[in-house]
Design a protein around this ligand. Structure first.
Ligand code: NAD
Ligand code: UDP
Ligand code: UDP
Length: 338
């Protein structure tokens, strides 16, 4: 790492699933990383292995309050991401998305930092266009149980675009599709973590609806690669970029694959479909391919196998020994092509 390219980088939500992988990558690249988190859904365990690095700093802070630091780049990831977590305190979710975005944009404006927003495929809602391109405006319920997250993230995108137009900020908006991998919270209620924990513990897999609804799952290493490419792209992209794996699967299929990969005998158990659960989701990643030269490289089976190793280690170690026991399973995968 040359001294000239060493940057001071703020990662909000840095103790979460994606944030911890991003911090790790940026620390490894030699940057000075400031991780800001209020530990709402993230945990110190996720970044424990970075705490001794001279170029890593951890600050407990809630982004809904102003933050005065000096940095060159900001990755704004702070926000609960799983439906169970973001619906637990929906008012706080909207505040984190909207007030958090305003504060981080105000900070970026003052210090002239480039700023990245972790947006979401949820901005498309229960999409009527398939696969979803960035031009699609979405089909979102503004008053339902998912709205705190969907509308909060939509408003954050509006703010990012307006700070660009009004104040000339250099912004990046990633519309992140379902991402999975080591360091997902085992109790966050998301489908991959639920099915993994259930399969590994011999419990029934809780399939919502009839399992024919689809998602497209991206392995975490690929996603972090996309974040960094988007932040580093020389051209200032005028608009959001979808990041995700276009390989679409039904929830029934992902359940069956996880049962096979974990060597489990768990049966599938049908439960009611949650309100406003999107029916289909698949990213059109033409823009990411053309603008960033990015596409996912990890096959679903390889990614699920690595994730299963992580969850198995967590279960075997118990929470107390977590950081040491699982560190090796959270390491980047060797890639095979999809
Ligand atoms: P996560 O819940 O593991 O991480 C979110 C982090 O933000 C946690 O560490 C949490 O403690 C922190 N946080 C929450 N509110 C905060 C606040 N007010 N102030 C400071 N920190 C706060 O979730 P994740 O999967 O790592 O998601 C990270 C980001 O990516 C989120 O913005 C999420 O909306 C977005 N995203 C994730 C996915 C996915 O599949 N993982 C998909 C789309 C978008
Ligand atoms: N802000 C911050 N850190 C900074 C600068 C601003 O947290 O270094 C916050 C501040 O609380 C402000 C918000 O960002 O309310 C928006 O800042 P901006 O300058 O855009 O607007 P204003 O200060 O006029 O509200
Ligand atoms: N899901 C499921 N069983 C679970 C958890 C989720 O069948 O135990 C389904 C859920 O209804 C949705 C899909 O899996 O159709 C993805 O859910 P998740 O909460 O992971 O993410 P999101 O709905 O935000 O894409």
């Amino acid at each position: 790492m040359k001294e000239l390219t060493r940057k001071r980088i703020l990662v909000t939500g840095g103790a979460g699933f994606l944030g911890s992988h991003l911090c790790e990558r940026l620390v490894t690249e030699g940057h000075d990383v400031l991780c800001v988190d209020n530990f709402y859904t993230g945990t110190k365990d996720n970044i424990a292995h970075l705490l001794d690095c001279a170029n890593f700093e951890l600050m407990r802070h809630d982004v809904t309050f102003p933050l005065y630091v000096e940095v060159d780049e900001i990755y704004n990831l702070a926000c609960p991401a799983s439906p169970v977590h973001y619906q637990h305190d929906p008012v706080q979710t909207t505040k984190t998305s909207v007030h958090g975005a305003i504060n981080m944009l105000g900070l970026a404006k003052r210090v002239k930092a480039k700023i990245f927003q972790a947006s979401t495929s949820e901005v498309y809602g229960d999409a009527l266009m398939h696969p979803q391109t960035e031009e699609y405006w979405g089909h979102v319920n503004p008053i339902g149980p998912r709205s705190c997250y969907d509308e909060g993230k939509r408003c954050a995108e509006t703010l990012f675009m307006d700070y660009r137009r009004q104040h000339g900020l250099s912004i990046r908006i990633a519309r992140i599709f379902n991402t999975y991998g080591p360091r997902m919270h085992p109790a966050d209620g998301r489908v991959v973590s639920n099915f993994m924990m259930q399969a590994l513990q011999g419990e029934p897999l809780t399939l919502y609806g009839d399992g024919s609804q689809t998602r497209s799952f991206c392995y975490v290493d690929d996603m972090i690669d996309g974040f960094i490419r988007l932040m580093n792209t020389a051209d200032d992209p005028n608009g959001p970029v979808n990041l995700g794996n276009p390989h679409e699967v039904s929830m029934r299929e992902i359940a069956q694959r996880i049962v096979v990969i974990t060597g489990s005998n768990s049966p599938l158990e049908l439960h009611p479909l949650p309100t406003d659960d999107p029916w289909h989701r698949q990213p059109d990643i033409t823009r990411a391919r053309e603008w960033l030269g990015w596409q996912p490289r990890t096959s679903l089976d390889d990614g699920l196998a690595a994730t299963a190793r992580y969850f198995r280690a967590r279960i075997e170690a118990g929470r107390a020994k977590l950081p040491d026991a699982v560190a090796s399973f959270a390491a980047p995968l060797a890639h095979s092509s999809t």
